[in-house]
Write a protein that binds this ligand. Sequence first.
Ligand code: NAP
Ligand code: ZN
Length: 346
Amino acid sequence: MCKAHVLSVASAKAPFEKTTIERRNLRPDDVLIDIKYCGICHSDIHNAYDEWGGGMFPMVPGHEMAGVVTAVGPEVTKFGVGDHVGAGCFVDSCGLCEYCLSGEEQFCTKGVINSYNSLDYDGNPTYGGYSQKIVVREDFVVRIPDALELDVASPLLCAGITTYSPLKHWNVSPGKKVAIVGLGGLGHLAVQYAHALGAEVTVLSQSLNKKDEALSLGADHYFATSDPATFSELTGRFDLILNTVSANLDVNAYLSLLRVDGTLVNVGAPGQPDKYHVFSLIMKRRSIAGSLVGGIRETQEMLDFSAQHGIAPKIEVICADQVDEAFERILRSDVRYRFVIDMSTL
Ligand code: NAP
Ligand code: ZN
């Protein structure tokens, strides 16, 4: 076992405390990672505030980990000491079911093991990336390309793959009209991926405040959803809408923006159910869908694609004692666009 300094919350909405936990001894296929940076995902807030229910406390959030390998088990073949690596939302799966075999471990039928707020297959709680060290099976570790600095790479491990995966799955390509709803951590990466995949990209944000930044990220158009004229002007416009908003929206209003056969894909995950009228779907054969991060193989593909296309999150690096304040700022949409914790400050 090795001790790891962590940031932990004792109960829902409690402030962060600095404490230590034990990480397991390396198994033959384990990698020990010195976490250098961890991004703050809005899911960390949903979990730490127990907005989705079932929270396991004390909790060490964090699933956007980037760091350096410091030890490997004897059967590890893919990584060596000194490699720059990442770990994301999950750290284990059965490896045998149809979804694991097809590289979509997030849908593992035995149940994927989340990086935190989960019990592993031995029944031990998992603790996430607000931590200086983590032990992860090598199959759940990805390589960070040299072109990406570790601080900038960390948000890609969740925000990057969560937006890249549905854009690929729904065949975003030249000629497609795509709207990204919400220009936060996920949204500002989604704009970059959709643009790189050749789509015509529209950002739908609450206000006009982020217009110049959105255009510089590759958006072709930008509209404020606080202006009712936006919804009349854009009726029937989009092939795909990617909703990255952490709160409930007026789903019927967004469905009305889809063409015939258009799809509204939700990655934003508010704790309360959404409501929509079935006629919003029926009359134009529209679909509502959801998407959950992405598999390990696709996460590696997304990292390589990001490095190749110069795609990177805009980050604000913070110290370990600023995380409570960062949560509050995220809730006020006062972040451009991802907070990243510098783990050397823990
Ligand atoms: P974030 O940085 O807080 O961004 C969310 C954005 O949504 C905000 O920047 C804001 O954009 C918009 N927004 C917030 N409150 C709103 C409201 N009341 N009405 C309308 N728009 C609002 O969060 P994030 O880290 O990108 O995560 C976004 C959501 O995705 C969270 O619910 C998170 O749990 C979820 N998530 C899901 C997955 C998955 O696998 N499906 C993975 C990661 C995260 P504007 O200022 O531009 O309006
Ligand atoms: Zn996340």
